[in-house]
Structure formats: C-alpha cells, structure tokens
Design a protein around this ligand. Structure first.
Ligand code: NAP
Length: 256
C-alpha cells in the first residue's frame, strides 16, 4: 500500500519522483544499497531488513535505540537511517486513547521488531506499567534490555491480561488468516485494542473486539503515519496526510 499513498503525496507536492517497491533477496541487500547510493535514493526498509540496515547506516539515536531502520536517505553518498515506526505507533495510540495512557496498564503481545517501536512509543507517552505477553520470555527480556524500557513479562495467557486497559498486537497473528491473539471475551470492560496488523477489511481481532463493545483500531493509521514521517524526513515539508488517506481509501476501499 505504501506506493499508492507515497506516489499520491509526491504528485500532490509536485515532485517528479516515483516510489517503487524493490523485491530484494537477502544476499542482494548490500548490492542493492550500493546501487541506491549511486542514485542518491531515499525510501523505506521493511521486513526482514530493518535490523540489518542499522549496521550499514548512520543512524539517528532513535533508530539505533529501536535497533531498526525503516526510513533511509543519502547525504554526500553516505547512507542515513531513521525510525518513523515509533511516531506511527504514538499517533495510533493517541487516536485510540485521546485521554492518554500515563496511568494505564498496557500489554504488548509479541517481542519482535514492531514491539521494539511499541515499547519506545509507550515510554514517550508516559506509560510506566508495561506488560509483554509472549511465547518466548527470553526474547522479551532481551528486547526490554536493548531498548531500555522496563516491562513485566508474562505468558500469552488471557487470564493474566484482563486488567489491561490497552492491548497491542505486535505479532503477525491475523496477517494471513482470521486468527486472533486473544479472545475479546478475555478483555477487561474498558480495554482498548490496537492491532498493528492491517488489511483491506481490518482484522478479525479488531472486528471481534469492536463487536464486543471495545475501542479497536488496526495498523493502517500506523502505516500512514510512519509513511508521513518518512516523507517529512526526505523533503522537510509537512506530509499531505489527507492526500495519503484518500489514496489509501481508493486502494483499499476503506474510508479514511
Ligand atoms: P517479527 O520481528 O517477526 O516479530 C513477530 C513477533 O510475533 C515475534 O515475537 C514472534 O515470536 C511473535 N509471534 C508470531 N506469531 C506468534 C504466535 N502465533 N503466537 C505468539 N507470538 C507470535 O515481526 P515484526 O516486524 O515485529 O512485525 C509484527 C507485525 O507488525 C507484522 O505482522 C506487521 O503486520 C505489523 N507491522 C505493522 C506496521 C504498520 O505500519 N502497521 C509496521 C510494522 C509491523 P517468535 O519469535 O517466537 O516467532
């Protein structure tokens, strides 16, 4: 979906540039980055290369802390990297929980690259009661130490999570099937749900949680906001978010 809304934004701002997807084999990452350096290209990095590019780029302190580059550009032939996923998560949480989450127990499900951005976003929003619900405790422990955000680590056991006010799915559960990270029946009464996974028809978890009376959003806002943050990095202008959302609506059939 990124080409759809980035190309709409580029055209709207009058740039004669194209945002194009590159399918890169892992063995070809270095050669691809070298070729992009010759072009002075800018763009985004996605799964599974976000971590590998940290080793190759001059990183912002945020990208270094999260351990993932999702946005790159070149200056005098050198590769630079930033992370706008954190801002994407912040914007999604602010939209979902405008009352703030400072005194809120938040649960992060999963401990991969996206969970790193979520932990830093929760810290930026002042949340100090963070639980990671994972299937591999050592992975969560490692992540928490790496990004320097204190967390409680529990198994992905619905009985342990009913006191959470915000639950964030940072796993790939629900990406290709209608599976859910946990049943809406296990949520506390006022719990809100943010699913980082997104799809044309939202996700099964978002639909089920909303049907059960909970506030719920999927990862489309995060996608737009990380893209808008990248656009602002590349061009130092405010990204035309309304144009981006319109392009996404056309591409997905979803309303902004
Ligand atoms: P990742 O690095 O592969 O991490 C996925 C995490 O989920 C790992 O901790 C993994 O545990 C866990 N997991 C996967 N399946 C599970 C299951 N069935 N039960 C319990 N835990 C499970 O992936 P990522 O980069 O963090 O991305 C995660 C998801 O976030 C993606 O699917 C993507 O849809 C979404 N995302 C959205 C945006 C956006 O803009 N909206 C941006 C980035 C990512 P193991 O290591 O044990 O497998």
């Amino acid at each position: 979906l990124s080409p759809a809304f980035q190309n709409a934004a580029l055209a709207h701002e009058g740039y004669s540039l194209r945002y194009e997807p590159l399918d890169v084999e892992p063995v070809a990452l270095g050669a691809t980055l070298d070729a992009l350096a010759v072009q002075g290209a800018a763009g985004n990095i996605t799964i599974p290369f976000k971590q590998a590019v940290v080793e190759r780029a001059h990183c912002t302190s945020l990208a270094a802390r999260v351990g993932a580059v999702n946005t790159f550009w070149h200056e005098r032939g050198a590769l630079y990297g930033d992370n706008t996923d954190v801002a994407g998560v912040v914007a999604s949480i602010v939209s979902l929980c405008p009352e703030g989450i400072a005194d809120t127990r938040c649960v992060v499900i999963g401990a991969g690259g996206a969970a790193a951005a979520v932990l830093v976003a929760l810290e930026q929003l002042g949340c100090r009661d963070i639980v990671m619900a994972v299937r591999r405790a050592e992975q969560a422990q490692e992540l928490s130490e790496r990004v320097r955000v204190a967390v409680e680590i529990v198994a992905l056991d619905p009985n342990r999570l009913s006191d959470a006010r915000l639950l964030i799915n940072a796993t790939s559960i629900g990406m290709r099937e209608n599976a859910m990270p946990m049943s809406p029946a296990a949520l506390g009464k006022d719990a809100a749900v943010l699913d980082l996974v997104y799809g044309p028809n939202e996700t099964a978890w978002v639909r089920a949680c909303r049907a059960a009376g909970h506030r719920a959003e999927d990862g489309l806002r995060m996608l737009v906001e990380q893209g808008a943050g990248a656009f602002e990095r590349w061009f130092a202008v405010t990204a035309p978010r309304d144009v981006m959302w319109r392009a996404l609506s056309e591409a997905t059939g979803r309303r902004a």
